[in-house]
Design a protein around this ligand. Structure first.
Ligand code: ADP
Length: 550
């Protein structure tokens, strides 16, 4: 045998870049008549099809080019979930520009900071956000035009914004003849800032490749399990981590899309679930609290919904049980973060679990589940050594994969990786079957006498109490133990539970030393821009709280 240097043999398959525009082209060609239904800011219901959406996205692409937006330009949106926002998702990224979805629930100064940091060229906004846009416009010199997502009939008669355009007029002035450009799949497609609870917000810059791969992986049966028979209503906003990728994965599968616009209260959601025959919805636990409360108070049922994807913060087992037992809805518990596009794990049973008793199955489904195929996870101790997958030992959760960030936009915050892994800031266990369970965010862990107490477990137990509407657990200073858990509770209307009742409720459910030292009742918990309880605000509020002697 002659000595030869081994070389890779190139495969002989077409090189077709993974581009976001292809998702909508596919939906148009194969599911062209499938509907996209939106509750509009104007209050009415709008309906059209994937074919219409594609036509208007092409028209918008021509309009963007006429406004001078080209490859790499950042185009901002401040908008609810709706068809015009979807058109922007495709027209902006499909043209090679970068869709920068901005969270309108942030303070005006934060919005201005983010728009300036991204150096956005254009800003499209729903009319609900006119006052916010008026407030920030003078501070955002890079934005050449602001575009109100409406027709002339709703266009503001008076405004302080100098360069304000009307979306529908813009579209009317252009043709739908547009061929989506082909370019490298590693081109940036979208930009999303973390909510910056600690320090300034940092940008995650997604690529076409990462977005399309995330869409494929998230539709798989053991992830969200989407198909063209689904009717999907994303409650999770398109301004926060791309509504968990549903605006991409729905067209990929040909599922019907239903957008709730600004109306995410229980009554409005229920109306849409029923009238549009929604089968799958997705949102953070606080949204579901509103819906479940409405259903209970009004003796309403969910006729067609069969899956609720819940993530963003831990889904309390009590909520899963209500969905399962009262509404025959399967909860898919998912974990993710902005830096992961966002889906990292989803919880589904395996064949070997199918014969287990319902309670045993429920115990598995409470976890955050398996890594999506393509994502790799591991847990490490403070020295960076991997800890066992025994379902008991907590470690710092690390992730890597093609839709995990490699660094923040403009290098903000320095090196984002450790040994090639992204440190998530979450603390988790992983069991021998590979099921991940988040015990806490590392900054929320309660450190008592050198040991860690996970606040999520304590909250989940409190939420099982029939009188508890919402619960959050924080560490407060303790002279001997450093920190001890304080349970902050919002009671259900007219509920009578006392501090002693709630403390006794922990007996037998958890190690004694984990039990909260005290309970305080409040009218409401502070909820942040992404619909989650703001533990940092609670910690400040109860900084000087003096625990009753135990
Ligand atoms: P931010 O809230 O900072 O904007 P993200 O929305 O990206 O950031 O939130 C990511 C964080 O949310 C995760 O790091 C984790 O702490 C929390 N999280 C997401 N899903 C879950 C879940 N199913 N259970 C517990 N925590 C979750």
């Amino acid at each position: 045998m002659p000595n030869s240097v081994k070389r890779p043999l190139p495969g002989q398959m077409m090189h077709q870049p993974l581009l976001i525009s292809n998702l909508l082209v596919h939906a148009d060609r194969h599911y062209g008549d499938t509907e996209i239904v939106s509750r509009r800011v104007e209050g009415d219901i709008h309906r059209y099809t994937y074919r219409d959406c594609h036509r208007r996205a092409r028209t918008l692409a021509n309009a963007l080019a006429a406004l001078g937006a080209g490859q790499g330009d950042r185009i901002a949106t401040l908008a609810w979930n709706g068809y015009r926002h979807l058109e922007l998702y495709y027209a902006v990224s499909g043209s090679g520009a970068v869709l920068h979805t901005v969270n309108p629930r942030l303070f005006a100064e934060q919005v201005a900071y983010i728009v300036n940091h991204a150096e956005d060229l254009l800003l499209f906004f729903d009319l609900s956000f006119l006052p916010l846009v008026e407030a920030i416009a003078p501070q955002c010199p890079t934005v050449k035009a602001f575009i109100a997502l409406c027709g002339r009939e709703h266009f503001p008669a008076e405004t302080t914004i100098a360069n304000l355009l009307c979306y529908e007029e813009l579209l009317a002035a252009h043709s739908d003849a547009f061929a989506w450009p082909q370019f490298d799949e590693n081109t940036a497609s979208g930009l999303c800032y973390t909510s910056g609870t600690t320090g300034n917000p940092k940008g995650a810059l997604y690529s076409h490749r990462s977005t399309v791969l995330h869409a494929y992986a998230s539709t798989m049966p053991d992830a969200l399990g989407l198909s063209s028979r689904d009717v999907i209503l994303p409650v999770v906003p398109m301004f926060h981590v791309n509504a968990w990728g549903l605006p991409y994965s729905a067209p990929l599968t040909g599922a019907k899309l239903v957008f709730p616009g600004p109306a995410t209260d229980g009554k409005s959601l229920h109306e849409l679930f029923e009238s549009e025959r929604v089968t799958l919805s997705a949102g953070v636990p606080t949204v579901w609290l509103g819906l479940l409360g409405y259903l209970q108070q009004n003796a309403k049922k969910l006729a067609t919904l069969n899956r609720a994807v819940i993530g963003g913060s831990a889904c309390p087992p009590a909520m899963m049980e209500t969905f399962r037992k009262q509404h025959a809805v399967e909860v898919v518990h998912a974990w993710g973060m902005t830096e992961l596009s966002p889906l990292g794990t989803a919880c589904r049973l395996q064949a070997k679990h199918l014969d287990l008793a319902p309670d045993e199955q429920a115990a598995i489904l409470e976890k955050q589940g398996h890594a999506l195929s393509g994502v790799d996870i591991r847990i490490v101790d403070d020295e960076g050594q991997e800890v066992a997958w025994d379902g008991k030992t907590p470690g710092n959760l690390m992730a890597r994969g093609p839709w995990v960030i490699s660094g923040y936009y403009k290098g903000e915050g320095g090196d984002a990786l450790q040994d090639g892994w992204f440190p998530t800031g979450d603390v988790a266990t992983i069991d021998s079957d590979g099921y991940l369970q988040i015990t806490d965010r590392s900054k929320d862990v309660i450190k008592s006498g050198g040991e860690w107490i996970g606040s999520i477990d304590l909250e989940n137990i409190a939420m099982q109490h029939p009188d508890v509407e919402q619960a959050a657990c924080i560490g407060v200073h303790h002279p001997k133990w450093d920190e001890r858990p304080l349970l902050v509770v919002v009671k259900k209307p007219d509920a009578a539970a006392t501090r002693e009742d709630l403390l006794a409720f922990y007996d037998g459910k958890i190690a004694k030393w984990w039990r909260p030292d005290d309970v305080v009742f409040v009218d409401a918990l502070p909820i942040g821009a992404t619909g989650k309880v703001m533990k940092n605000v609670l910690r400040t509020q109860f900084r000087d709280y003096s625990l009753q002697a135990a």
